[in-house]
Design a protein around this ligand. Structure first.
Ligand code: SF4
Length: 303
């Protein structure tokens, strides 16, 4: 599979080597790991997914937490976060009109309850962190690295904190209401992915990978080491090779699990009596760097 590298216009990777021929985000990699057919539906068939209320709430809470750190440290209070909820929702609906379709026109009670539930998650945030004492180095920033000479791995960090001694802490907000154990492996995979990118680009193994579960107001910290990241790098490369083989053979099998309950594509999945659409022509020659070009429409949508 060959293609000309396509550079992300907003965040061009510094001098993408000419050897790079594919890109992979943690979400897509985790899709393949979870269920190869899910990867196909999302990345090759590109079947539309209607955002769920839960995903919209995650997107809104991520947006509020990002904007909260625009305020002077002393002003990052629960009330200030609450004041950001409605303006951020209005902005998101303007930018992503499909979000407005989540509620029937005139369903003011439903919308109000949704906004209240987002505010409740923010309370969970304040129960585990005091943003007045934090000065994030980066928020919602795109990071990328080339591994194995050919594969660009990239993703958006929720937040990166840098201690005075240079230690890195990667922070990811989890807003979902689904049982945590169903998604924890996926969340950790995503964080290790970011840790690998940071290690490869900055030469520093992040000291802490932190998951903030806002619904439960709980913190889950994990400390990787270089050996583990080296193994993880091999896993990611092997995963990409498996994706390439599956694409060449047009063979993406379903792998049913508890995560099927949250899958948008049961109607097309043989496990649920459905039939996948015809395999897209030229899928094997499709732009394998497309993940490098754009930001997901709904950050936090996996949450
Ligand atoms: S329903 Fe389950 S098995 Fe089918 S594509 Fe979705 S995640 Fe895979």
């Amino acid at each position: 599979m060959t293609a000309e590298p396509v550079i992300d216009q907003q965040h061009p990777p510094a001098a993408l080597p000419a050897t790079v021929r594919a890109s992979l985000s943690p979400s897509r990699a985790a899709d393949f790991k979870t269920c190869p057919l899910l990867y196909r539906f999302r990345s090759i068939d590109r079947l539309p997914e209607r955002p769920s209320v839960e995903q919209a709430r995650g997107t809104l809470v991520h947006a509020v937490l990002e904007r909260l750190f625009d305020l002077p440290a002393g002003g990052r209070t629960p009330d200030a976060a609450g004041d950001l909820v409605v303006p951020q929702w209005d902005r998101l609906v303007t930018e992503q009109p499909e979000l407005a379709g989540l509620f029937d026109p005139g369903d003011e009670a439903g919308t109000a309850e949704f906004l209240r539930s987002a505010a409740a998650l923010l309370e969970g945030y304040f129960a585990v962190e005091d943003p007045r004492r934090l000065e994030p180095a980066e928020r919602e920033s795109l990071i990328s690295a080339v591994v194995d000479d050919e594969l660009l791995i990239r993703g958006y960090l929720d937040r990166l904190d840098v201690a005075p001694d240079g230690a890195l802490r990667v922070v990811d907000y989890k807003t979902g209401g689904a049982p945590r154990e169903a998604f924890e492996a996926r969340a950790l995979f995503q964080l290790k992915f970011y840790a690998l990118v940071l290690w490869r680009t900055r030469g520093v193994v992040p000291r802490v990978l932190r998951l903030l579960y806002l619904k439960d107001a709980e913190v889950c910290d994990y400390s990787p080491d270089a050996e583990e990241l080296l193994r993880f790098e091999r896993t990611v490369v092997a995963l990409w090779q498996a994706i390439e083989q599956a694409t060449a053979r047009q063979d993406f099998r379903p792998r049913p699990s508890r995560l099927c309950d949250w899958c948008n594509h049961q109607a097309h999945c043989p496990t649920f009596g459905g039939t996948p659409p015809p395999f897209p022509q030229r899928a094997g020659a499709a732009d394998p760097l497309r993940d490098a070009r754009s930001r997901p429409a709904t950050p936090g949508a996996d949450e």
